[in-house]
Design a protein around this ligand. Sequence first.
Ligand code: NAG
Ligand code: NAG
Ligand code: NAG
Ligand code: NAG
Ligand code: NAG
Length: 276
Amino acid sequence: MALTNYLLFLAIFCQISILSLSAKETSGSDDVYQVGIGGRDSELVNPNYLNNVDSLLSNLISESSLGFFNTSTGDVGSNRAYGFYLCRGDLSAKKCNNCLKDVRKYVLDRRPLESYSNGIAFNTDLQCVVHYANNSRSFVYRENTTFTGDGFGDDLAHNQQYNTTLMSTLQELAREAEYGNWTKANFATKVIDVTGSQEKIYVLVQCTPDISAMNCSNCISSLYSSFRPVAIGGRVLGYNCLMKFNNESFFSNGYRNFMASYILMILVLLSTTYIT
Ligand SMILES: *[C@@H]1O[C@H](CO)[C@@H](O)[C@H](O)[C@H]1NC(C)=O
Ligand SMILES: *[C@@H]1O[C@H](CO)[C@@H](O)[C@H](O)[C@H]1NC(C)=O
Ligand SMILES: *[C@@H]1O[C@H](CO)[C@@H](O)[C@H](O)[C@H]1NC(C)=O
Ligand SMILES: *[C@@H]1O[C@H](CO)[C@@H](O)[C@H](O)[C@H]1NC(C)=O
Ligand SMILES: *[C@@H]1O[C@H](CO)[C@@H](O)[C@H](O)[C@H]1NC(C)=O
């Protein structure tokens, strides 16, 4: 009987940890930021175009389970809106959907003063990125279009081993991209031990799936050459690719932990039933 109670308690405890795990998954960085490509437009952007951007964003949200989608909305002509979204490859469809909703809200809330004919709006943790423009030419791959990056955590200058391992891993990932031999179509993750220390580096790189393997490799190289890593953690974003790295795991672990405790709970429940 005591054992049954203990197992029941364990089952409840597991359920609580599942709740807190999923709570952790939905919180985190949900800040959104937007930049105009080619600077600010000289005049207020056409309201009809902005309405098309809004429909475009809604269409992107409705396809959020795909991880990437490009489309266009509005009558053919100057007001037509073109665009795509990219969600970080490690995120669940639900998180991708939430991220895109936050982006749409941000873009809508700032109309018309902070609106662009060609703009990129993104979650600051690079969970999702939306690029929209008034013409399809804006989406052709170009070199050196990395435009933002940040670092967080300890200074890299104090950890040369970490820096060396990180730089060689990024170069290796860019080389692998060229051969298109990542296990996932357009993104890769790596966990590497820092030579001569207990530390690990978690790296994620990703390209939009509409560019060639060659362009993807080129895009990733320009991420780390334009924004050289300065800290233990970092994020860099270009028009067609992104990367994130840290000394703590940030990819997929939410889902895996969830599955693990879910299975554990079922096992515990089964054994309680069996004992009683
Ligand atoms: C999406 O992108 C591809 C490749 O760039 C292009 O061929 C296609 O026409 C685009 N689709 C839409 C709906 O714009
Ligand atoms: C897109 O917007 C820019 C800036 O407002 C404008 O100069 C350009 O003509 C527009 N392009 C099209 C195809 O409408
Ligand atoms: C991109 O940057 C690299 C390195 O700075 C340079 O060699 C290359 O010419 C640039 N490409 C373009 C198209 O500007
Ligand atoms: C990291 O290593 C690279 C060479 O791989 C070097 O150019 C760079 O300055 C180093 N960064 C720091 C912050 O020490
Ligand atoms: C992108 O890739 C295509 C084919 O893979 C190549 O022809 C083109 O020159 C590349 N563009 C750039 C800017 O590197």
